[in-house]
Ligand binder design. Structure first.
Ligand SMILES: O=C(O)CCC(=O)C(=O)O
Ligand SMILES: [Fe+2]
Length: 301
């Protein structure tokens, strides 16, 4: 039986569920349903929601017990060291979801999922599960030059609705000396990417600060940088988890078409099927050379 015939025979699951009544009005940012508001209160996220609304970034505390965070830290270090051939690769790892059961627990953490629903709506998707290990800096320097908004493939002006949210689970304390993420509070209101001067000078940045085990998160339009040097001993171990709205995913998936099918097609076909950008690949975002910076440029056209 073909897949299509099997589907007809059984009926897709959603056809057997009750039809949802249509919704006509789009909820505006931070206009929470009663259910979501109650969940925010129950999970002790009221301050986190207020903070991200006002400043574009916020903190989530007590998302898991200290033993969980300790295991997360060890797991990241073990995977980064075992996966990697180069020194650079040993300072990070991507595509982590299936590499240890702890990551599957992280991405469905109720506190994270509640913030995700507020910032990226229902149906939001997991975009990235990556880790970084930042040792004490060996070179002098202020680490400037990496300021960006994570919805870096969305053209400006950014839509009123946030597109993407990133959580950094700080397995070690976050402060200036530790090389914590720098953010520009309120930059989400600019609704654009930072310009060349802002990237070079990082006006208005502050260092995020939280105890080990807490999470720092920011919406997709908030300017931030991971470039701050660590000036104390030890390593800053962070899990970066990103979710995005479901909105722009293509309706039809042609990932099953191989290089043989593409062989006699023009290059434009490769672009149309997402083969020439860095998104949605089983190798993760950073494995594709120029495809990442080129896509960021394409997004601004
Ligand atoms: O490593 C950091 O402090 C932040 C990195 C970053 O830009 C991100 O996770 O989106
Ligand atoms: Fe970022």
């Amino acid at each position: 039986m073909s897949e299509a015939e099997a589907l007809r025979e059984e009926g897709p699951k959603e056809m057997t569920e009750e039809m949802p009544p249509p919704v006509f009005e789009t909820r505006q940012p931070f206009d929470l349903t009663d259910e979501l508001r109650a969940r925010v209160a129950e999970l002790d996220l009221v301050d986190s929601v207020e903070h991200v609304k006002e400043h574009g970034y916020g903190y989530v505390h007590d998302a898991a017990p200290p033993e969980f965070v300790a295991r997360l830290r060890e797991t990241i270090i073990r995977i980064a060291q075992s996966d990697a051939e180069s020194v650079l690769a040993r300072l990070g790892a991507t595509m982590l979801l299936p590499k240890d059961p702890i990551f599957a627990e992280v991405v469905v953490n109720p506190k994270l999922l509640t913030m995700v629903e507020i910032l990226c709506g229902k149906g939001a998707m997991l975009s990235q599960v990556a880790a970084t290990i930042k040792p004490r800096a060996t070179e002098p320097g202020d680490g400037k030059g990496g300021l960006h908004a994570d919805q870096n493939w969305t053209p400006a002006p950014f839509p009123v609705h946030n597109q993407l949210v990133t959580f950094c689970w700080a397995c070690d304390e976050f402060n200036e000396a530790a090389g914590s993420t720098r953010v520009v509070p309120g930059s989400h209101r600019e609704r654009r990417h930072p310009n060349q001067r802002e990237v070079a000078e990082e006006p208005g940045v502050i260092h995020t600060e939280c105890p080990a085990g807490s999470l720092v998160f920011w919406d997709g339009s908030t300017w931030h940088s991971g470039g701050a040097p660590r000036t104390v001993d030890g390593e800053r171990v962070v899990l970066h988890v990103t979710y995005s709205r479901m909105a722009m995913r293509p309706v039809e998936c042609y990932d099953f078409l191989g290089e043989d099918w593409l062989a006699d097609k023009p290059w434009e076909m490769r672009v149309l099927l997402g083969r020439e950008d860095f998104l949605n690949t089983p190798q993760g975002g950073f494995a594709h050379g120029i495809k990442l910076p080129r896509a960021m440029n394409w997004a601004k056209t």
